[in-house]
Design a protein around this ligand. Structure first.
Ligand SMILES: Nc1ncnc2c1ncn2[C@@H]1O[C@H](COP(=O)(O)OP(=O)(O)OP(=O)(O)O)[C@@H](O)[C@H]1O
Ligand SMILES: [Mg+2]
Length: 276
């Protein structure tokens, strides 16, 4: 392809992304400085929480090299094309697309940043998301190419930054806050995940990773504190089974915390109400 054709196809992708974005009222990017803090668990369950509040919702798995959304929903299969558009998967009424669809089980995706960005652009340009209230992008840890692409192309209006309470995670979450600020994402909110563990035997609360690091970080950086989510073994078991806890057990503490966070995000974005 010559440079002129390249420019033309780039413009075409940009045009199609704009068309997609136009039909999606709010776009949320979920990211963190540190890995394994619960981004995918929160992305998936936040989607079901928003759905339970009556919003049409989709999840874009933007963790191209570690696409866990498919696993946490137990939704696998090749990408479905119809007249050159990709039809997203749907589970319990939430739409989803993931790079897992182009990978065999356990197969690594060894792609440089520009190729990963290209796939994310394709998920924005070619997927028929339809009219949505919310599209949630689940990102890999850190501040790499994927978040830059999502920031520039999906144009999130809310950055949800996930941290666990302890210092090593909070320090990295501060990098994520500054990244969100540099990307000019209008709303930034912190979630403290794995915040306390309720013993299933004696109901005592144990702060395995400490407590309060997320709220303090939010206060220090003048961003919203969205809430704390406790550790619950069921969240992990259901995640492994591909069943979102918010859908399966809406009355447990983890689900109630996530539904409360969804309500806050909805209030902030749609009614511009203060939440802290
Ligand atoms: N509140 C919670 N209670 C119990 N287990 C949890 C909780 N949050 C997350 N987990 C579990 O912790 C593990 C890591 O969570 P998850 O994959 O969502 O993190 P992540 O930040 O997306 O990781 P990565 O950085 O690799 O993308 C998973 O097994 C998940 O089920
Ligand atoms: Mg993840």
């Amino acid at each position: 392809m010559n440079t002129r054709e390249n420019t033309k196809s780039y413009q075409e992708v940009e045009r199609r992304i704009k068309e997609t974005i136009f039909k999606i009222k709010h776009r949320i990017a979920v990211f963190s400085g540190k890995g394994g803090v619960g981004k995918t668990t929160i992305s998936v369950n936040l989607a079901y929480a928003l759905k339970s509040l009556g919003s049409a919702t989709g999840i874009l798995d933007a963790d191209v090299t570690g696409p866990n959304v498919a696993k946490m929903l137990n939704v696998y299969g090749d990408l479905i094309y119809m007249d050159e558009v990709i039809i997203p998967f749907e589970k319990y009424g939430v739409k989803m697309i993931s790079a897992a669809s182009i990978l065999g089980k356990g197969q690594p995706l060894i792609w440089h940043g520009p190729l990963r960005s290209k796939l994310i652009n394709q998920f924005l340009a070619d997927v028929d998301w339809g009219v949505l209230d919310y599209l949630i992008a689940d990102l890999p840890p850190g501040t790499g190419d994927e978040i830059i692409t999502i920031g520039q192309e999906m144009k999130p209006d809310f950055a949800v930054i996930v941290t666990t309470p302890q210092q090593v995670s909070v320090i990295d979450a501060e990098r994520a806050i500054n990244m969100a600020k540099q990307l000019s994402i209008p709303h930034i909110g912190i979630i403290e995940n794995m915040s306390g563990f309720i013993c299933p035997h004696c109901s005592a609360e144990i702060d395995i990773f400490g407590f309060g690091g997320g709220r303090k970080l939010a206060e220090e950086n003048d961003v919203h504190f969205l809430g704390s989510i406790p550790i619950d073994i069921q969240a992990r078991i259901l995640g492994d089974k591909g069943e979102p806890i918010v859908h399966e057990k809406p009355d447990c503490e983890v689900s109630k915390a996530i539904i409360d966070i969804a309500l806050k995000i909805d209030l902030l974005l749609n009614e511009n109400k203060s939440i802290n």
